[in-house]
Write a protein that binds this ligand. Structure first.
Ligand code: MN
Length: 279
């Protein structure tokens, strides 16, 4: 911890461009070789493209077990559908927090044939005692997300956790996450309190932000020190960032594709169950 109690940037990571699903171009920020995980976060992808060839294949039917997937859309529309009868369309500004728990089989497909598709997918781990919980969805529409815009030139959407007496609509998540979407006009500063118990990151998706002595530019993910206050300044351009924090779980992580468990035996069981229609 620093003497000022202000977060500093420990490390910065540029994502790795790759593809997932049926040929969807993504930028992998967590979950690749550079940063396999940041407990409790297992994966963080940005997908941004206005070329349908890079997203139209979507993510056809696939299983999950043992963790949570969080989809947050900035632009475009995504249809989701699963084997439990849930379906819906994610619109710009909406979020879906899906606790896969003991398992779901679902698809995530673009609900558009052209135009910009832009969003994020985060994977949040579950502790051993919750991995085989019943699946649960929290589908949140844009107007359900409170916005802190009391400071001139600063707008903060509170998707999960607490910020400035606002509480995000996502509830009852084991890792007590904070998920904020922060936009600053040029020459503005914003301050965010983060519990020191939480691991945390900031991803700049537009412009550039100054944090302490570090500049975090568009496309960079910053791992932050566990201090109480995150201070950021936008400088000469308007800038936007996602800030995510969560309680670390501290258990062994064994992952295989869409399954994240504690042991290899549990992974073998997950594969067997998916192959035999038991998810
Ligand atoms: Mn999925």
């Amino acid at each position: 911890m620093s003497e000022t109690n202000n977060c500093t940037v420990i490390r910065q990571i540029k994502g790795q461009v790759t593809s997932d699903g049926a040929g969807v171009k993504i930028c992998r920020l967590i979950g690749g070789a550079q940063l396999p995980d940041l407990d409790p976060f297992l994966l963080f992808d940005e997908f941004i493209s206005d070329n349908p060839d890079e997203y139209i294949g979507g993510f056809p039917e696939h299983p999950h077990r043992g963790f949570e997937t969080v989809t947050y859309m900035l632009a475009g529309r995504m249809r989701h559908e699963d084997n439990q009868g849930n379906k819906g369309i994610l619109e710009p500004g909406s979020v879906q927090w899906m606790t896969a728990g003991k398992g779901i089989m679902h698809s995530e497909m673009p609900e558009q044939e052209n135009g910009l598709m832009w969003g994020f997918q985060l994977w949040v781990n579950l502790p051993s005692k919750s991995k085989m919980t019943q699946p649960r969805y929290q589908d949140i529409t844009p107007d359900e997300i409170p916005i802190d815009d009391k400071t001139d030139g600063v707008s903060i959407r509170v998707i999960a956790g607490d910020h400035n007496n606002l509480t995000g609509p996502i509830t009852d998540i084991t890792t007590a996450p904070l998920y904020l979407d922060i936009s600053l006009e040029k020459g503005c500063s914003a301050s965010v309190a983060i519990p020191t118990t939480h691991n945390r990151l900031l991803y700049c998706y537009s412009g550039a932000l100054q944090i302490g002595d570090s500049t975090v530019e568009k496309g960079s993910l910053a791992i932050l020190s566990n201090d109480t206050t995150l201070l950021m300044n936008s400088g000469r351009q308007s800038s936007s960032a996602i800030v995510i924090a969560g309680l670390p779980i501290g258990e062994p992580v064994v992952r295989y594709g869409p399954f994240v468990m504690n042991t290899h035996k549990e992974i073998r069981q997950a594969i067997y169950d998916a192959q035999n229609g038991l998810i």
